[in-house]
Design a protein around this ligand. Structure first.
Ligand SMILES: Nc1c(C(=O)O)ncn1[C@@H]1O[C@H](COP(=O)(O)O)[C@@H](O)[C@H]1O
Length: 168
């Protein structure tokens, strides 16, 4: 199946974080592709990718980068598709990447998730696609319902801990 989500990372050193996005999309059976491209190191390839993504059927791009994270913004500049940026934690705890990604000049937005927020990026991508795709909307709904069930069970378990004292 043609990929609906394209995951781009600045380096394969970002892969341990971005695997969480892949895992979530795989579990939901949402087709995706993944590539390492760098606005700093392979600028021509990034431009070519960004300009061609929509015509290949991609609906949302997830772009992850650490340090001086130009990649998501550079991709956003060359595509009409929504771009979700994932700041990767590095030497400055990811604050450098987060600010690089979130502080886009007016007109070229990047929807930025939290530092290392790969799974949230995948969920947000699915929610965007779900606006025009009932099957994916049903998957997102089911996922959110399962989260609710988990916390309901955790709350029940908490009530059953006999010596639990509310300390706040
Ligand atoms: N921020 C960028 C860009 C870019 O924005 O084009 N290209 C690579 N990087 C980041 O550099 C970090 C170190 O990369 P290496 O581990 O390859 O040296 C990675 O987190 C990557 O995302």
């Amino acid at each position: 199946m043609k990929p609906l989500v394209s995951i781009i990372m600045g380096s394969t050193s970002d892969l341990p974080v971005m695997e969480k996005a892949c895992k979530w999309l795989e579990e939901q059976e949402i087709p995706f592709e993944m590539n390492a491209l760098s606005a700093h190191r392979t600028p021509d390839a990034v431009e070519q990718f960004a300009k061609g993504a929509k015509a290949r059927g991609v609906k949302v791009i997830i772009a992850a980068a650490g340090m001086a994270a130009a990649l998501p913004g550079v991709i956003a500049a060359s595509t009409p598709l929504p771009v979700i940026g994932v700041p990767i934690k590095g030497m400055l705890d990811g604050l450098d990447a987060m600010l690089s990604i979130i502080q886009m000049p007016p007109g070229i937005p990047v929807a930025t998730v939290g530092v290392n927020g790969a799974q949230n990026a995948a969920i947000l991508a699915a929610e965007m696609i779900a606006l025009g795709d009932e099957a994916i909307a049903a998957k997102v709904d089911a996922w959110k319902a399962s989260l609710g069930k988990k916390i309901e069970k955790a709350n029940k378990d908490l009530a059953e801990i006999k010596d639990y004292k509310f300390k706040c």
